[in-house]
Design a protein around this ligand. Structure first.
Ligand code: ATP
Length: 354
């Protein structure tokens, strides 16, 4: 990792008796893009607000570049922030909005004009300086909000669900744009979102939050492919979670529905009869047998969703339901609801969840 820029040490926050952030520990490198991902109410915004200085932590410290900033006021922290609602000043032009912090911060007029120009180029809105927010699309307004946050050359950028008020197509293009600008400026960035795709596609690392604590911290690849817990598996992506029972711990045998699978690495510490949750990615499952697939289970087709190039099929296996994607090859008709089905997979792809 790059040199550490930001450290959260045992960070916690309680409102009265209600602990909403609990012992969050994290080192973030210079220039790193880190997302806090989690369902509504898990405490991600509160973490961001503590980093910004809008909330005082109940426990722990926030260290920036080796300096404890926990008790500094927001305006002493060199932070740029963008919120979900664009929060532009409606009665100010684009240029005045972008230059707002510069004026407040006492930057000279010529210098401010130059920086506003730079920012407009950066966000691809040169020529828009005289417009007012109501004359801009939602995506353009959010780019102006980003320019306003960056104009004062902050040391860190905090983004609180900046894309969630936009429609799907703009959201996708702004994701890429924000990431490109962030990389260009090499600015350490923290992004709060409840959208797993957003977090996975934009971030260097993702912190999955649950009930105030960091459930898992890792790269998108690690979080998606190696979820540490059932919660992460469920929340990130469409991972299938299957409930099994250990039938022979010594040889790694687990009963799943009416079938049985064998875990290659065995089952250290488990006892026969223990309940066990196993995760399996949809793309690791085939409909019907496949060469090399040593795991097989039979069930019944529950749903078939035609998505174009891919057909998403849900197969019921007794109590469990698994989702899998098959490619539409245009000559094979899709399976029908109610048909008997066999699924197959490589047992090496089964992941034991904590
Ligand atoms: P969302 O995505 O809905 O914004 P979040 O994960 O960002 O959720 P937070 O906004 O951090 O969650 O809130 C975490 C918990 O803290 C919630 O239960 C919320 O009601 C509570 N909370 C937040 N701010 C305050 C406050 N000022 N006083 C009391 N409780 C608060």
């Amino acid at each position: 990792m790059e040199k550490t820029f930001l450290q959260l040490e045992g960070l916690g926050k309680a409102f009265g008796k209600n602990t909403v952030v609990d012992d969050v520990n994290l080192s973030i490198g210079q220039g790193e893009f880190v997302s806090f991902l989690g369902p509504s109410g898990c405490g991600k915004t509160t973490v961001l607000r503590m980093i910004a200085g809008f909330e005082t932590p109940t426990t722990g410290r926030i260290v920036v570049n080796g300096r404890d900033v926990t008790s500094l006021r927001p305006n002493q922290r060199k932070i740029g922030m963008v919120f979900q609602a664009y929060a532009l000043f409606p009665n100010m032009s684009v240029a005045a909005n972008i230059g707002f912090g510069l004026r407040v911060g006492g930057v000279a007029k010529d210098e401010a004009r130059e920086r506003i120009g730079e920012m407009l180029t950066l966000i691809g809105l040169s020529g828009f300086e005289k417009r007012y927010p109501y004359q801009l699309s939602g995506g353009q307004q959010q780019r102006v909000a980003l320019a306003r946050a960056l104009a004062a050359r902050p040391a860190m950028l905090l983004l609180d669900e900046p894309l969630s008020a936009l429609d799907a197509k703009i959201r996708l293009s702004l994701r890429e744009e924000i990431r490109a600008i962030q990389k260009k400026l090499d600015i350490t960035t923290i992004f709060v979102t409840h959208d797993q795709e957003e977090a996975l596609s934009m971030s260097d690392r993702v912190v999955v939050m649950r009930d105030g604590h960091a459930e898992q911290i890792g790269t998108p690849f690690e979080i998606y492919n190696r979820p540490a817990t059932r919660f992460v598996a469920n929340f990130v992506g469409t991972l299938n979670v299957l409930e099994g029972t250990v039938s022979d711990a010594a040889t790694g045998k687990v009963r799943l529905g009416a079938g049985e699978v064998v875990l290659k690495d065995g089952l250290d510490g488990a006892r026969n009869g223990d309940a066990l949750a196993l995760a399996l990615r949809p793309e690791a499952i085939a409909l019907g047998p496949r060469v090399g697939n040593d795991g097989r289970l039979t069930g019944e087709i529950m749903d078939v969703h035609f998505l174009g190039s891919v057909i998403r099929v849900r197969v019921g296996l007794g109590k469990e339901v698994v989702s899998l994607d098959t490619f539409n090859n245009s000559t094979t008709p899709p399976p029908k609801v109610g048909d008997k089905a066999e699924i197959s997979f490589s047992c090496a792809d089964l992941l034991v969840l904590n």
